[in-house]
Design a protein. Structure first.
Length: 678
């Protein structure tokens, strides 16, 4: 048969989608689970159901009719009772074997009987697959790989083929038998012999028709035709009869009457038909002398003549034709037209047809004989390659809840390092930065790792207080920030999902306007990578930047007053009698104020102390000029404070050079105590 099965659309059932109809793009969606056949839901509650319309296409050749398509064992035929072993396994490692279930369902079960999946073909073309247990997918390097049923399940076609044999195609010559090939297939053949009054007689097959003696089936003639295969077309003696076997699964046959003999369009003809099932496949003279057979019951006859179709399922007369004997093994048709098409069916298979002339006067020419073969495994093709089980990969996402670690340089010693072993440390659990789902394959584990995005030697863009660049290196699962000179500034370590930041030396903070500002690396220089692996070992990874979450707080210097400023005394006695110093003479006194303050430079190491004088311009000093009583106001001029009147008479100057504080008096001041001259 010229049958063919083609996979039009592969089916993919994806474990990732959860319970419900699969929505893989290669499959047609159903609205909800109400569309799942009861044959599948009766087996249990599936974790996933996939449906593919037009999964396969079956094409038939000429004179072929597809009557059914079923899922079958590899190469066709029923799935054996012991099942078809496969290499597929459940997520727990249990091997899966295919068994034939009820209602056409093929079930994949473990040795313990657990149902892993079920496959159902409907409408000879549409496919359902229900999955009840997650499957093992051996390629752990691909969290979305597929396994299929290639080589384990086929689709088999049940089809009928009408084989026709025209008398005009008979091999030339005359003999005890004729063997004809059908017009459709050389494997369907017709073995023709005959009888006259019950005795063997030579058939005569030509363009006129199948007949006995004179090329017709005359009264008392019987045409015997066997439906066989494996012979060689030709004509010969009885001893040369050879073929392979009789054909099975035939319950429909027929023939065409082309004229009544002697030819008279107004005449009608009577004949009988019998159907027999031959036991054995005797050859040569053994066949010719008669083969044991079982007569079959004929249950319907259809006659087409004069454009009218008459169907008989019981005895009766229609369109002038009378049929008797239905329900028995011999049926008589009377008053059949000289051009008619006769077909009949039996209740069981047969492989031999007898047509006997029983009319008192007329014979008939039969120009075509046909039979319809039903083959339950007419053609099969592997379809397992189109049934795919897609892996359920674990899922991991970043939640955005990334902790921050902060260390403060304040506890480092004044050299900006920790020779005594003191360091700044902060830790936090970063597991909450990720959301993990292991999926249908079940829980495995989540592991964490640190990653320098740019690799070893990446510049952290941080510097020590000496201005040395700090570069990043991975050492024993710890990220170390160190200078080219080998000074370790900080370390980032990981234990489980807990990240720890340790600072060993002070880091330069460029903003000198504040003494306590934090500084961190740029985002994505250092990442925390989380890897989620499900029960079967499939893994996926996600990462989050932590370099911008590691803060190094500044350590500012400290200063305090630890002493007083020594008194400075000038004496007006040396000023001239006008109370001023027009000659440039002035009274001067000075003192060292370096001991007034004490400073702590902190982890950023020693810098310097700068002293300055501060005053708000125009501040009243509380002193007055002698004689005029003018108030002396204070003004800052550089690093000098000048005491002068509103008329710009300079009374005194206070200046600071380094830590040397100097007082100079230029004009006499008013002293309120008149009882004392000094």
């Amino acid at each position: 048969m010229a049958l063919d099965i083609t996979i039009l659309n592969e089916l993919v059932i994806d474990e990732s989608n959860g319970t419900g109809i699969d929505d893989a793009t290669t499959n047609d969606d159903l609205a909800d689970e109400s569309g799942v056949p009861a044959a599948l839901t009766a087996l249990g509650t599936p974790i996933e159901v996939a449906y593919q319309a037009n999964f396969i296409k079956v094409t038939a050749g000429a004179n072929e009719t597809v009557t059914g398509v079923v899922l079958s064992a590899p190469g066709g035929g029923p799935i054996p009772l012991g099942g078809v072993p496969t290499t597929l396994k459940t997520i727990d490692g249990d091997a899966i074997t295919l068994f034939q279930g009820a209602n056409g369902v093929v079930e994949g079960r473990t040795a313990g009987g657990d149902l892993a999946f079920a496959v159902l073909l409907v409408n000879n073309k549409d496919l359902y697959v229900a999955q009840y247990i997650a499957l093992d997918h051996p390629d752990t390097g691909n969290p979305d790989d597929q396994v299929d049923l290639a080589g384990y399940i086929s689709a088999s076609v049940t089809a009928t083929q009408t084989s026709t044999f025209a008398s005009s195609n008979a091999p030339p010559g005359v003999g005890d038998f004729y063997l004809l090939n059908s017009a459709q297939s050389g494997s369907s053949q017709l073995l023709v012999t005959g009888f006259i009054n019950g005795d063997n007689a030579r058939p005569n097959v030509s363009t006129q028709g199948f007949g006995i003696g004179q090329q017709s089936i005359n009264p008392t003639d019987t045409l015997q035709v066997d439906f066989v295969t494996g012979g060689t077309a030709g004509v010969g003696s009885s001893t040369e009869i050879a073929y392979c076997s009789h054909l099975d699964n035939i319950t429909t046959a027929g023939f065409t009457i082309n004229q009544i003999t002697p030819s008279n369009p107004d005449r009608r003809v009577d004949f009988t038909i019998q159907a027999l099932d031959v036991q054995g496949n005797e050859q040569g003279s053994n066949y010719y002398d008669g083969s044991p057979s079982t007569a079959r019951t004929i249950d319907s006859v259809t006659v087409v003549q004069n454009g009218v179709t008459s169907v008989f399922t019981s005895d009766g007369t229609k369109d002038g034709i009378t049929v008797t004997g239905l329900g028995t093994t011999t049926v008589k048709l009377a008053n059949v037209d000289n051009v008619a098409v006769v077909d009949f069916t039996t209740t069981a298979q047969f492989d031999r047809l007898l047509i006997k002339g029983v009319d008192a006067n007329e014979g008939m020419d039969v120009t075509e004989i046909r039979y319809k073969t039903t083959n339950t495994n007419a053609h099969s093709e592997d379809v397992g390659a189109g049934i795919n089980f897609d892996d359920d990969d674990p899922k991991i996402t970043v939640t955005g809840e990334v902790p921050t670690l902060t260390v403060d340089e304040s506890d480092l010693d004044t050299t900006g390092s920790n020779p005594s072993g003191t360091e700044e440390t902060d830790s936090a659990d970063f597991a909450g930065a990720f959301s993990v789902g292991y999926g249908t394959d079940g829980a495995g584990s989540t592991t964490y790792g640190l990653l320098i995005t740019g690799g070893d030697g990446t510049n952290s863009r941080l510097e020590t207080t000496n201005g040395d660049d700090i570069k990043l290196y991975e050492e024993d699962d710890t990220i170390v920030g160190r200078t080219d000179g080998g000074v370790v500034a900080f370390k980032i370590s990981l234990l489980g999902s807990t990240v720890t930041l340790v600072q060993y030396v002070a880091i330069k903070h460029p903003n000198t306007a504040t003494n306590d500002e934090p500084i961190s690396m740029a985002a994505d220089l250092v990442k925390l990578v989380a890897t989620a692996a499900d029960h079967e070992g499939d893994s996926v990874s996600e990462s989050v930047s932590i370099s911008d979450k590691l803060n190094f707080e500044d350590d500012g210097p400290e200063i305090s007053v630890v002493g007083g400023v020594g008194e400075l005394t000038v004496d007006e006695s040396d000023l001239d009698s006008t109370g001023s110093n027009p000659s440039g003479t002035q009274e001067t006194a000075s003192t060292d104020v370096s001991g007034v303050f004490s400073s702590i430079y902190g982890a950023d190491q020693a810098g310097s102390i700068a002293l300055s004088l501060e005053v708000v311009d125009g501040t009243d000093s509380g002193l007055q000029l002698s004689g005029t009583g003018e108030a002396i106001l204070l003004y800052k001029d550089g690093n000098t404070v000048v005491g002068r009147t509103a008329t710009n008479t300079i009374a005194f100057v206070v200046s600071l050079e380094g830590s040397d504080l100097k007082l100079e008096q230029f004009a006499a001041l008013k002293h309120d105590d008149l009882t004392s001259n000094d």
